[in-house]
Design a protein around this ligand. Structure first.
Ligand code: TXA
Ligand code: MG
Length: 369
C-alpha cells in the first residue's frame, strides 16, 4: 500500500518526517523530494531494503545507487574521502553534487552493485536532509521513476510510476532544479564530470585546479560507460522524439510535417513556439536554462500522454546547465538528430502517403504559467 503525505518543502512537519524515518528504519521504501528530482529511498546499510528499491523500479542490479547523507560524519560512515576534497566539498554541500569515492565495507554490495566505490551526496532540500537525520542511517536513493522513464520532479510523477510499490511518498511539491545531480569522479586526484547536472563544469572549475568533462557527458551513445547507468535506456518516451539539428531546421521541419498532414508536437523554447503552428510544449525561455531544466522531465511526461504520434525537440545552448539539459534530451531522443523531412518519416516508421493523416490543431500548450 502507498501512503502520500503532503509536507512543507522548506519547513517539513516533524510528524511526517518521523513517519518516513520509521519506514526507512524498518526496511521500507520512502519517496522524497530533493533539490534535483524525487528519490526512492531505503536504508543504505541494509542490503535487502536496497533490493526492494531495484524491484520497485525494475532497475538492473548492476546499476548502483547514490547514498544520501546529512552530515560529513555521515559521509565518513560510507566512504573514504581524500583530505584534499574536503575543502571544496564543504563549499558545495549540501547541494546537487554526487561524488564517487572509495567505499567502506559497511555499504552492502546491493547498493554499490559490487563496485569498490560508492556514490555519495548531501542534498540541499530540507525534507531530504531531515529524513536522513531522523532515520539515523544514510539513505540509498535512485530517482523515484520506473527504469527508463523520465525522472520525477513532482510527487504525482512518483505516484504515476510507483503506486503500490513504495510505502510512503512525501509530497513536497515541485523540485527546485529538475535535473539530477552532477556526478564527479574523484577516485584519483583529478576530478571528472561523468554526469552533468546543476553544478556546471564552469562553477566547479573555481574550486578544483582541473575539471575534466567525460566524453559521455554530452549524452551520445556510450561504448564503454563510466557510470554503470549510462549504458541503459533513459528518459525514453513511448513514441519517437527527434532532436532537430538547430532552431531553423526545427521550424522548417515542423512546417513541412504540418503541410503534409503529419500530426506532431514540438518541445521548444517560448521564443521558438511563436514560429510553430503545430501544438507546442514550452520548456522555458531561451535565456533561462534553469527554467528549461526545471520543466524538462514534466514536459517529456506530458509529451508521452499526448495523442500525436511523434515529437520534435529544439536543441539548447550547451553552456552552463545547458550541458545537463542536452545530455538528458539526447538520451530521450535515443541520440537521433534530424535535419530532413524524409529522415523523420523514415526514423518514425511513417511511410509514403501521409495524406490521410489529419491536419494538426494550432493549439499551444504551456506547461507552466
Ligand atoms: O540528483 C540525483 O542524483 C538523484 C536524487 C534522488 O539524489 N538521484 C539519481 O540517482 O539520479 P540515479 O540512480 O537515477 O542515478 C545514479 C547514477 C547512475 O547513473 C549510476 O550508474 C551512477 O549514478 N553511480 C552510482 N554509483 C556509482 C559508482 N560507484 N560509480 C559510478 N557511477 C555510479
Ligand atoms: Mg535515474
Amino acid at each position: 500500500m502507498t501512503v502520500v503525505i503532503r509536507v512543507n518543502p522548506l519547513n517539513p512537519e516533524p510528524w511526517g518526517v518521523r513517519f518516513g524515518a520509521r519506514i526507512i528504519a524498518e526496511g521500507g521504501l520512502v519517496a522524497f523530494p530533493t533539490e534535483t528530482v524525487y528519490g526512492l529511498g531505503a536504508n543504505a546499510l541494509d542490503g535487502s531494503a536496497a533490493r526492494r528499491v531495484f524491484n520497485a523500479k525494475g532497475r538492473p542490479a548492476d546499476n548502483p545507487l547514490i547514498v544520501h547523507v546529512s552530515s560529513f560524519d555521515g559521509l565518513r560512515i560510507v566512504a573514504e574521502p581524500p583530505q584534499w576534497l574536503m575543502e571544496p566539498l564543504r563549499k558545495l554541500w549540501p547541494g546537487p553534487l554526487t561524488v564517487v569515492l572509495p567505499r567502506k565495507k559497511v555499504v552492502p554490495d546491493e547498493v554499490t552493485a559490487g563496485l569498490d566505490t560508492v556514490a555519495v551526496r548531501m542534498p540541499a532540500h530540507p525534507v531530504a536532509l531531515r529524513l536522513v537525520d531522523e532515520s539515523r542511517v544514510p539513505i540509498a536513493a535512485p530517482s523515484a521513476n520506473t527504469s527508463t522513464r523520465p525522472s520525477p520532479t513532482r510527487a504525482e510523477h512518483v505516484v504515476e510510476d510507483l503506486w503500490g510499490k513504495v510505502d510512503l511518498v512525501l509530497d513536497g511539491g515541485e523540485t527546485f532544479f529538475g535535473v539530477e545531480s552532477t556526478i564527479l569522479n574523484v577516485e584519483d586526484s583529478r576530478v571528472t564530470v561523468i554526469r552533468p547536472g546543476p553544478y556546471t563544469p564552469e562553477e566547479l572549475s573555481k574550486l578544483f585546479p582541473k575539471v575534466e568533462v567525460s566524453i559521455h557527458a554530452r549524452g551520445a551513445a556510450a561504448d564503454r560507460p563510466i557510470a554503470p547507468g549510462m549504458k541503459y535506456k533513459h528518459y525514453a518516451p513511448t513514441k519517437p522524439l527527434f532532436m532537430a539539428e538547430d532552431r531553423s531546421v526545427l521550424i522548417q521541419l515542423s512546417r513541412e510535417l504540418s503541410m503534409r498532414g503529419v500530426n506532431h508536437v514540438v518541445l521548444c523554447s517560448r521564443e521558438t513556439s511563436a514560429y510553430i503552428s503545430a501544438p507546442t510544449i514550452v520548456l522555458g525561455g531561451q535565456g533561462d536554462l534553469y527554467e528549461v531544466a526545471k520543466n524538462l522531465f514534466h514536459a517529456l511526461r506530458v509529451f508521452d500522454k499526448r495523442t500525436e504520434p511523434l515529437g520534435l525537440v529544439e536543441p539548447f545552448n550547451e553552456s552552463g546547465v545547458g550541458l545537463a539539459i542536452m545530455n538528458r534530451l539526447r538520451k530521450a531522443c535515443g541520440g537521433t538528430v534530424v535535419n530532413d523531412f524524409d529522415q523523420v518519416l523514415r526514423e518514425a516508421g511513417i511511410s509514403g502517403s501521409t495524406s490521410t493523416l489529419s491536419e494538426p490543431k494550432a493549439t499551444h500548450q504551456h506547461i507552466r504559467a
